[in-house]
Write a protein that binds this ligand. Structure first.
Ligand code: ZN
Length: 199
């Protein structure tokens, strides 16, 4: 039988050496292997992913994602007239990706909470812009105050129209939390065989 070859460095993997197998997800595809050296590198890279993230840029990246998500959401609602929050789900993902990028492709718990916090702010701010738009449309003068916004917004949820939105926001927050989450090693590690005493 031919020896499996490392997917990274093409070194044949000796039986008994430590290696990683990533089982093929589809039939007809072959499994992927990593040799001991490349496996060690992958482990180091995974450990470094949470090390020393750039927090300021993480916040900036998350805000950039929030602005993009907010604009898409705002114009979608204004153009279609549908006040549904399903685009909020996109918000969680965009903010999460922005945080990861900004942090220098880093992940980890602090970034996850930054992402969640920014997503909450982004959703509320987008909703404010949307409600303010409709406030003007019905002849409202000036801008909604924060207190007025929460009054209208609370009534919107109270009427049950916002029921689905709660679900969408839940998914958005989950996306925001999961996206900067620490990535784990995929596949199964086959440990090195114990050295044989008798040859
Ligand atoms: Zn290798």
């Amino acid at each position: 039988m031919e020896k499996p070859v490392c997917a990274e460095c093409s070194t044949p993997i000796e039986p008994g050496d430590e290696h990683l197998i990533i089982k093929a997800s589809k039939k007809g595809k072959t499994d992927t292997f990593l040799c001991a050296q490349c496996l060690a590198k992958a482990r180091t890279a995974l450990e470094e992913q949470t090390y020393n993230p750039n927090m300021l840029m993480a916040v900036m990246g998350g805000l950039a994602g929030a602005v993009v998500g907010g604009l898409i959401w705002y114009f979608f609602v204004i153009l279609t007239g549908w006040q549904i929050g399903f685009i909020a789900m996109l918000m969680g993902l965009l903010v999460g990706l922005g945080v990861v990028r900004g942090a220098g492709r880093k992940t980890g718990r602090p970034l996850q909470w930054i992402s969640v916090l920014l997503t909450v702010v982004a959703i509320l701010f987008s909703e404010y812009l949307i409600f303010n738009h409709f406030f003007h449309e019905v002849g409202g003068v000036g801008n909604l105050t924060i207190a007025q916004f929460f009054e209208v917004y609370g009534a919107y949820f109270g009427e049950g129209a916002g029921f689905l939105d709660i679900l969408f926001f839940g998914i958005a927050l989950w996306q925001a939390y999961a996206t900067p989450g620490r990535k784990a090693l995929k596949g199964t590690v086959v440990p090195a065989a114990a050295p044989q005493v008798n040859k």
